[in-house]
Ligand binder design. Structure first.
Ligand SMILES: NC(=O)c1ccc[n+]([C@@H]2O[C@H](COP(=O)([O-])OP(=O)(O)OC[C@H]3O[C@@H](n4cnc5c(N)ncnc54)[C@H](OP(=O)(O)O)[C@@H]3O)[C@@H](O)[C@H]2O)c1
Length: 298
């Protein structure tokens, strides 16, 4: 562990253990990779925290729960489906920190769910905003101040490249458009959410985790997976990628340090202010589109 990670971890431990009452944390995508490491890190720094992890993999969840405090639990849900998110959030009655890390790496084209939303867009964007929307009343009333962390972003999101005629990419789907829409929409959605007067007790953060050696590439076909895994191991050895554990400390550090409103953070949890320009109308347009897609009437 390098000095920067040690410093972030020490600060996280100090802040998390000072929360009274201990925090209630929800980690969506907490069964693997970055989410798993964040759940375990918070559990280690603050053993009295109540941590709820959400995902599909029961055996992975059981292994994680065995390392967390007795008031932690698993909610099994396929969070590519808005209906399952609505059911899952009904099982949560208190939350101070909502951490959204669900996601996939795939080279497939548009893959509609049974609700006719592309699977990747549902996981990386629409379902995350639905989690926020459903849990916002609880986050607003958090005694420690509500915190929402979206782990997704990249350095290349560019709102000027949004396809405004096909925002959910039903016709013009490509991997680069999906990556740009999900990350740009997240930037714009937290700008919207963080600017609403009723959300003044909530800090919304969008984080770019950078390159992290997680199992995310495991489902790629072998001809793509093997070279990518080799490359990931090489870059880790060169210090150009990080372990999930180190990434978790940086992400939690950025989330805990974020002010109310909206904040963008980089790979080491540092605040990022240099972003591509955004016009006010974009924020409203993305919010209206999102509200329509995640509506029960969609
Ligand atoms: N790793 C990187 O280098 C990197 C870089 C930039 C951005 N990111 C982003 O960071 C996020 C986390 O990535 P990671 O590397 O930690 O990935 P990971 O290890 O593969 O973990 C992904 C998590 O998402 C959950 N998930 C996927 N599909 C789901 C579904 N249909 N329903 C419920 N849960 C589902 C998985 O849970 P179950 O298996 O239990 O369903 C798992 O907990 C992703 O959005 C990824 O795009 C990662």
């Amino acid at each position: 562990m390098c000095a920067a990670v040690r410093a972030a971890a020490a600060s996280n431990a100090r802040i998390l253990s000072s929360f009274k009452p201990p925090p209630n944390v929800v980690v969506v995508g907490g069964t693997s990779g970055i989410g798993r490491a964040i759940a375990l890190s918070i559990g280690q720094h603050c053993p009295s925290a109540s941590i709820t992890i959400i995902g599909r993999n029961q055996s992975a969840a059981d292994a994680i729960l065995s390392q967390l405090g007795s008031n932690s639990k698993f909610i099994r849900a396929d969070v590519s489906l808005m209906s399952e998110i609505r059911n899952a959030t009904k099982k949560i009655n208190v939350v101070d920190m909502l951490i959204l890390t669900q996601g996939i790496l795939t080279m497939a084209g548009r893959t509609p769910t049974t609700e006719n939303i592309d699977n990747k867009l549902a996981l990386h964007y629409y379902g995350r905003v639905l989690f926020v929307q459903e849990l916002l009343p609880l986050l607003r009333s958090s005694q420690n101040g509500g915190k929402v962390l979206f782990v997704l972003g990249g350095v290349n999101e560019n709102p000027s490249k949004i396809n405004w005629n096909d925002m959910s990419l039903e016709n013009a789907y490509s991997l680069s458009a999906a990556a740009n829409h999900t990350a740009s929409f997240t930037d714009l959605a937290i700008k919207y959410l963080g600017s609403q007067p009723e959300n003044t007790n909530v800090a919304f953060t969008h984080a770019n985790p950078g390159g992290v050696n997680t199992p995310i590439a495991d489902n790629l076909p072998f001809w793509a997976r093997l070279p990518l895994k080799g490359l990931m191991a090489g870059l880790l050895a060169l210090g150009l990628r990080v372990t999930p554990e180190d990434c978790a400390e940086y992400m939690v550090h950025g989330m805990l340090g974020a002010d109310k409103g909206y904040t963008y953070i980089g790979t080491k949890g540092e605040t990022v202010t240099k972003k591509k320009p955004v016009q006010v109308e974009m924020v409203q347009k993305v919010w209206e589109h999102t509200a329509q897609i995640i509506s029960p009437n969609h």
